[in-house]
Design a protein around this ligand. Structure first.
Ligand code: FAD
Ligand code: MLT
Ligand code: ZN
Length: 515
């Protein structure tokens, strides 16, 4: 009987906390290794991409002495800077000679005041897990690392509002929220390394947007330091606050180009008592779509995630990481559907019924459902390891696009055809519930031939379908030449004007977002 598999999995509840622990270690270690590996360093981007250095001053000994006096010598780094200069994908490499680690908003303000007066360029950096080259210098910008601003300042279990410093690691923040019975409404594969300030600055999406919406809704207030050192206090403890322009939104997703986020308040929902995950195999993308529509219709109020993984993405992760434990295999498409609610029996009955109905109609070929926390983590790990598997041994062109659902997957087939044997893997996965596809094209190493087949085609294709060329990762350095595919010239000009107003000397994260 088909459901036998489901029941078996539910009964096999052993090793649940071990699995949770493994998840954290694997993700943190993998992200660190990938970010700082000394092998195969990329060329300096300024040289390889012929970047004209902006009209900035050059750092001198007096500047370094000034910063040492301000922060203390321990928090001013001038050696072993590769981990700060090289992006997570090992695609962008800057040549910064200085990393500053302020420990308070006042110190961030003093740093920026000095840099603005001296016209020294600065790149704000969180966990350096960004995927568009936004978090590393392009030339010799000073790296302003938020690592030391890492405290959760308060978590109020009555209001659900947490106040946190920008450099707090997402997973640590979530652990603190959980102690108060709450959850951070944002979850993503890089949670063990990324900072909440980095998440806000990229308006990171992740796997629960379908339930909680994006950060523009959850972030109630921000504190940001402007290029001239002024502290802009936009903190708020209320969901509703219509006092003039909603300026906090400018710092959500502006990728460190308008200010440095130092603190924020976030509305955290109550943690769900009952979480179930279904991992199902399907035959076609048409069946994936039908299943998504049915999930919305029948799981509506408890649906908390709806992810899709195609066969090639699944196989790449499974082939790369032997510790992954997949309950099913051998299908063209997989979906991970999560429910979160308050009544375990009710939620399980609903999700079992949903899977059973889908199987009867032949839309779902096989699947497992589990509410066991360890097994839930094991299934999530399959999804989380896909991006790491794709870059572990290969060069990977990564695209993060919003597409209308009916055309969601067609670009993967088209791209496979265009790349032919030049690519080792062309695959699609991502946040189906938000119409956000991650199209990935891997090859042994970067080469111009495949690059030209992929870009700008991928952006033209997306633009023709009125999609977005960046659903969640942002524009950074890698996509700035393509911004016009998603934003019209009038909008781009207003963005430029805003940038000039906030940062007249252009010291904050130059060479990013705008040309
Ligand atoms: P960084 O990479 O350090 O910086 C990102 C940008 O924000 C840069 O432009 C930087 O200058 C700026 N910045 C950082 N901190 C500040 C600050 N305090 N003030 C002003 N500017 C700042 N993204 C998603 O949206 N959804 C996902 O599901 C997702 N999954 C991922 C999975 C993996 C394995 C990896 C490696 C990345 C993933 N990402 C995802 C991409 C990335 O956007 C997120 O990891 C995260 O939001 C970046 O946070 P960070 O602290 O690492 O920021
Ligand atoms: C994800 O959803 O896994 C991330 O956004 C990373 C990626 O695009 O690979
Ligand atoms: Zn994503």
């Amino acid at each position: 009987m088909r459901f036998q598999g489901l029941l078996q999995l539910r009964r096999c509840a052993a090793a649940s906390c071990a699995s949770r622990h493994l998840n954290t270690i694997v993700t943190a270690a993998a992200t660190r290794r990938l970010a700082s590996s000394a092998t195969a360093l990329p060329d300096f981007t300024q040289k390889s991409d012929h970047v004209q250095r902006g009209n900035y001053a050059t750092l001198n000994d007096k500047d370094v002495a000034h910063f040492e006096q301000l922060l203390g010598q321990n928090h001013v780094l001038t050696e072993d800077l590769d981990g700060y200069n090289i992006c997570f994908l090992k695609r962008i490499r800057g040549n910064s000679k200085l990393v500053l680690k302020p420990g308070s908003t006042a110190e961030v303000a003093a740093i920026l005041r000095h840099c603005n007066e001296r016209k020294l360029a600065v790149v704000p950096q969180g966990g350096n897990t960004g995927l568009v080259g936004g978090s590393v210098p392009i030339c010799d910008e000073i790296v302003l690392s938020l690592q030391r601003l890492n405290k959760v300042l308060s978590v109020d279990e009555v209001t659900g509002i947490a106040v946190v410093e920008a450099g707090c690691i997402l997973e640590n923040f979530d652990h603190r929220a959980k102690e108060a019975g709450l959850t951070v409404p944002l979850d993503l594969g890089a949670k063990a390394s990324c900072h909440i300030g980095g998440n806000v600055s990229t308006n990171a999406g992740g796997v629960r947007v379908v339930r909680y919406g994006n950060l523009h809704g959850s972030v109630l207030g921000v504190e940001a330091v402007l290029a001239n050192g002024q502290v802009l206090d936009l903190m708020s403890d209320f969901k509703k606050d219509n006092t003039g322009y909603h300026m906090k939104h400018l710092f959500i997703g502006s990728e460190g180009t308008l200010g440095v986020v130092t603190k924020l308040s976030m509305l955290c929902p109550h943690a769900s008592k009952s979480v179930n995950v279904a991992f199902i195999g399907l035959n076609s993308f048409a069946d994936v779509l039908k299943t998504f529509v049915n999930a919305k219709r029948n799981l509506g109020e408890i649906l908390s995630s709806c992810e899709m993984i195609d066969e090639r993405a699944f196989q790449t992760a499974m082939g790369q990481y032997k510790f992954l434990n997949a309950p099913i295999a051998g299908y063209p498409f997989y979906m991970l559907i999560e429910t979160s609610g308050s009544n375990g029996d009710h939620d399980q009955e609903k999700i079992n019924q949903f899977i059973g109905d889908g199987m009867e109609r032949g839309e779902i070929l096989d699947g497992t459902v589990t509410g066991d926390p360890g097994k839930v983590q094991e299934i999530w790990k399959i999804r989380e390891m896909v991006p790491l598997a794709l870059i572990e041994k290969s060069f990977c062109f990564k695209y993060d696009i919003s597409l209308p659902l009916r055309d969601f997957y067609s670009i993967v087939d088209v791209m496979r055809e265009r790349c032919g044997p030049l690519a080792t893997v062309v695959c699609g996965y991502g946040h189906l519930g938000d119409s956000n596809l991650h199209l990935n094209v891997s090859c042994e190493k970067f080469n111009d031939e495949i690059y030209k087949r992929v870009e700008p085609f991928v952006y033209e294709y997306t633009s023709k379908l009125k999609g977005s060329i960046s659903a969640e990762h942002g524009i950074g350095f890698l996509k700035k030449d393509y911004l016009h595919y998603s934003k019209n010239p009038v909008a781009i000009n207003w963005m430029r004007d805003m940038k000039k107003m906030f940062d007249p000397n252009g010291i904050l994260n130059p060479y990013k977002v705008l040309n």
